[in-house]
Design a binder for this molecule. Structure first.
Ligand SMILES: NC(=O)c1ccc[n+]([C@@H]2O[C@H](COP(=O)([O-])OP(=O)(O)OC[C@H]3O[C@@H](n4cnc5c(N)ncnc54)[C@H](OP(=O)(O)O)[C@@H]3O)[C@@H](O)[C@H]2O)c1
Length: 243
């Protein structure tokens, strides 16, 4: 985020670059930014936009998602995953299944709208979803594919698997039989797979949803002077460094 010379707060989408915006002065391409509404809390926005954008853009721009569909969030206990649960509900998902490995964190997702919470050994219960939002990849994704696809009530019903994060492994050993056993499409979502103009077009509405409190954000402002201590702190909060 930057404050421009007219005093507007702008959220900026940077292309792949080593340059960030955490500086007293910086240079941005205004065409790759959106002006945020007056009075918006920059700490909440900084904490929420990247993790929230991952599922918002994926559902809006990478697949043909519509209200009434069923969604599985793989890796639902992380920051992006818990927002994906909420965003899927916000977009009208009829049933959202949150999958993860930490049962305490999973339980808390019911209050955020998860209709069902499951651990990976129960993945077959998600066989009939229409969309998977996958933050994990690696073994959890590879292990989920065969049971999910073969247990589908209608294997010809489309399943859109959106690959977003790879925190459990950069590669996943996917059996070729999985790809033939049901009507599954695996697509990725992130900067590069969606044009910058499409991402920018979604940001004002997302920022408004964050500002309105429609998405629960665990934001904590920490002065930059405390960066060394905060960097290694164990916390589920999204830490936002402030000058
Ligand atoms: N493409 C995009 O636009 C985009 C945007 C934002 C984030 N991402 C990516 O999405 C991923 C998640 O981001 P985040 O912000 O949610 O991270 P996070 O808050 O650190 O959460 C990590 C999540 O992954 C789970 N996890 C970690 N290692 C695992 C393993 N070996 N097996 C199973 N589960 C594992 C954690 O489970 P526990 O709760 O059990 O620890 C937690 O649910 C990251 O890879 C990130 O880079 C992509």
């Amino acid at each position: 985020m930057v404050r421009d010379e007219e005093g507007n707060l702008r959220y900026v989408v940077l292309d792949d670059t080593a340059l960030g915006t955490f500086a007293d002065r910086t240079l941005i391409d205004p065409r790759r930014s959106v002006i945020l509404p007056d009075g918006i809390d920059p700490v909440r926005i900084a904490a929420a936009m990247n993790p929230a954008m991952s599922s918002w853009i994926a559902l809006r721009r990478r697949v043909d998602f519509h209200a009434g569909q069923r969604v599985l969030v793989l890796g639902a206990t992380g920051n992006a995953g818990r927002m994906a649960v909420q965003i899927a509900k916000l977009f009208g998902a009829a049933h959202v299944i949150a999958a993860g490995r930490d049962t305490t964190r999973l339980k808390a997702l019911a209050a955020l709208g998860a209709d069902e919470t499951i651990t990976f050994d129960q993945i077959g219960r998600a066989a009939d979803v229409d969309v998977v939002i996958d933050y994990l990849w690696g073994d959890p994704a590879a292990g989920a594919l065969i049971p999910m696809l073969t247990l589908r009530a209608d294997r010809t019903a489309p399943l859109a698997w959106i690959q977003i994060g790879s925190i459990a492994g950069q590669t996943a050993p996917i059996p070729s039989a999985a790809l033939r056993s049901a009507r599954v499409q695996i697509v990725g979502s992130g900067i590069g797979s969606v044009p910058a103009r499409d991402i920018l077009a979604e940001l004002p509405e997302l920022a408004s949803a964050v500002a309105a409190g429609s998405i629960d954000v665990r934001a904590r402002a920490v002065p930059l002077a405390e960066v060394a201590r905060a960097w290694t702190a164990e916390t589920d909060d999204r830490i936002v460094f402030v000058p």
